[in-house]
Design a protein around this ligand. Sequence first.
Ligand SMILES: CC(C)(COP(=O)(O)OP(=O)(O)OC[C@H]1O[C@@H](n2cnc3c(N)ncnc32)[C@H](O)[C@@H]1OP(=O)(O)O)[C@@H](O)C(=O)NCCC(=O)NCCS
Length: 186
Amino acid sequence: MFATSLGDNAELRPLEPWQAEEFLTHMDRARELVTEHVGLADAVTDLESARTFLTAYAHKQAVDAGRIYGIWLDDTLVGGVLFRIFDAQRGNCEVGCWLEPAATGRGLVTRAITVLIDWAVDRRGIHRVEWVASSANLASVKVARRLGLRLDGILRESNLHHGRRQDQEVWAVLAPEWRELRRNTP
Ligand SMILES: CC(C)(COP(=O)(O)OP(=O)(O)OC[C@H]1O[C@@H](n2cnc3c(N)ncnc32)[C@H](O)[C@@H]1OP(=O)(O)O)[C@@H](O)C(=O)NCCC(=O)NCCS
């Protein structure tokens, strides 16, 4: 129900507060990989914080300010993608993602983010889609590049993560660029 196929027995589905327990179990498997570069795993440490995190996204979705989706592989929650920021009025949004180790290296996030950008650009009139990653997060930067986003710039030492300041790369694609990319890919 309410699922989008990503191929290879993988599906993109809404991720909602009632799934907090499944989300926490998955995050425990993903924690080591995710915590290296992003704060998501630090925000989801027990059932209460898992529910709080998903409830915050449910509220964001209710006011059209953000959304979160899970990626299920063989019916197991293995990762997700989100609109961390969604501003339909100004035509800007920011997407993000994570996976647990067993689900990496299959293109799941690349395909899931493509679904999100298609929807944002084609259905919601979003003009600019951003992807923000630590310069040290090579896997994330590779996904941005694979998707066809361009590096707009580097915010030097703009993010404090686990007591260390990180450079953040801002990658982006504009709606006409995305349509052109999609015309040229199967
Ligand atoms: C960022 C992250 C999601 C990337 O995971 P990933 O598995 O590399 O990304 P994808 O699911 O898009 O898969 C791409 C890989 O699958 C391979 N692949 C296989 N089939 C593919 C297909 N049909 N399409 C695209 N890629 C495919 C690619 O070659 C690539 O492997 P490579 O890195 O060895 O070149 C993961 O490293 C992660 O969760 N990191 C922690 C959280 C995080 O940093 N999130 C991003 C915050 S900005």
